[in-house]
Design a protein around this ligand. Structure first.
Ligand code: SF4
Length: 365
């Protein structure tokens, strides 16, 4: 989405000035305000957050503050949408920089997914038994698409439970937008990635598949990926094991299948945090996830060796767009009674997206 440039007064703020003014605005707003900070945000933002978490936890945290008038979501666009869906209408959800999207979420849009669905119906028949499952990292209108067609949303934590549930509702799963999470989940459940899964490329007829491949597949995996987690490689794991004998390799399930296979542990952002928190002092951890989180874990656990698998810096560039200047601008406008960058999911979209999110909660896992 387009974000107008900040007024010069904010764009030129020093770190100290931004800190001071953010703190003052927070105090002025008091309990009317809650700031949510995703784990991948930079430290200069995280220190002002009332709650820290991954997208799913933060959406739930938002609903724990019914008195807050303003929920300022320091994360990316789809997360702010989920918070708006899960909170009552009197709460305003605000994204400090509208340009903070998610490159993975942007790899599937409603037009493409509708087209895919039509092609699947034309190939497999109207009783095709395909259940759509969307990762929480997707636009609200895709969550609504899934909700309207009997499918569910999943998180990286509950993907196996959500997919298992989907397979009790139909014959096949259309999983989007992250092919890696879909593939890793299918393999975890015992399916063969070579014979029971195919990849849907939205830019090719039939997604680049033959009708026979689509008939044989249990999983149709959307050709999307996370630009941060797809960077991790088996070579990096081998290098970490050489430089740190006995190291534990811990990666996110948005990484490619061969990286998951070469690692010792894999799990969601919250899983990664808990694993390092509960690890014994003196243990070493090579972590395959976003660099701001890995650096913070290293600082918070000086008794353990924690480092990023990728020797190059690998921040999420869209998360990084929530700069302290944007947070300061947002909060000072709220103090003046001027609500900027409110994220509002239309009522019709909200209805079916909420249905899909409620199925996700009911599935648990
Ligand atoms: S880390 Fe990946 S999935 Fe998460 S917001 Fe960034 S691009 Fe999207």
């Amino acid at each position: 989405m387009y974000q107008a440039p900040l007024p010069k007064e904010f764009a030129d703020l020093s770190q100290e000035e931004a800190d001071f003014r953010i703190t003052a605005a927070k105090q002025a707003l008091g309990s009317r305000l809650v700031i949510l900070g995703h784990h991948y945000q930079r430290d200069e933002i995280i220190k002002h957050a009332d709650f820290r978490g991954d997208s799913y936890k933060l959406a739930k945290d938002a609903s724990k503050c019914p008195d807050a008038e303003f929920i300022v979501f320091c994360g990316v666009h789809f997360m702010a949408e989920s918070a708006d869906i899960l909170t009552p209408d009197h709460q305003k959800v605000i994204l400090p920089n509208l340009a903070a999207g998610c490159s993975m979420a942007d790899m599937a849009n409603l037009f493409q997914v509708r087209n895919c669905w039509r092609e699947l119906e034309a190939t497999l028949g109207s009783e095709m038994g395909v259940v759509p499952v969307t990762y929480i990292n997707s636009a609200a209108n895709l969550k609504a698409f899934v909700g309207e067609r009997g499918g569910t949303v999943c998180t990286s934590t509950n993907a196996p439970a959500a997919v298992q549930w989907a397979l009790t509702q139909g014959e096949k799963v259309l999983f989007f937008p992250d092919q890696h999470l879909g593939r890793n989940t299918g393999v975890k459940l015992g399916f063969d990635p070579d014979t029971q899964m195919c990849v849907w490329d939205p830019f090719k007829p039939l997604g680049g598949n033959t009708p026979e491949q689509l008939r044989a597949a249990k999983f149709v995996l959307w050709k999307g990926h996370c630009s941060v987690h797809q960077r991790f490689t088996v070579e990096q794991i081998e290098a970490a094991r050489q430089s740190h004998p006995g190291v534990n390799v811990l990666v996110h399930p948005e990484c490619p299948l061969e990286v998951i296979g070469a690692s010792d542990f894999n799990g969601s952002t919250e899983y990664i945090i808990r694993a390092i928190e509960s690890a014994p002092a003196g243990s070493a951890w090579a972590v395959g996830t976003e660099i701001n989180l890995v650096n913070r874990l290293a600082q918070e656990h000086p008794d353990k060796t924690v480092f990023c698998l990728d020797p190059q810096i690998c921040p999420c560039s869209t998360m990084y767009r929530i700069h302290p200047s944007f947070l300061c601008w947002t909060l000072e406008n709220l103090v003046k009674g001027d609500v900027q960058n409110q994220i509002v999911v239309p009522a019709k979209v909200k209805h079916f997206a909420l249905l899909a999110l409620q199925r996700m909660l009911a599935v648990g896992g």
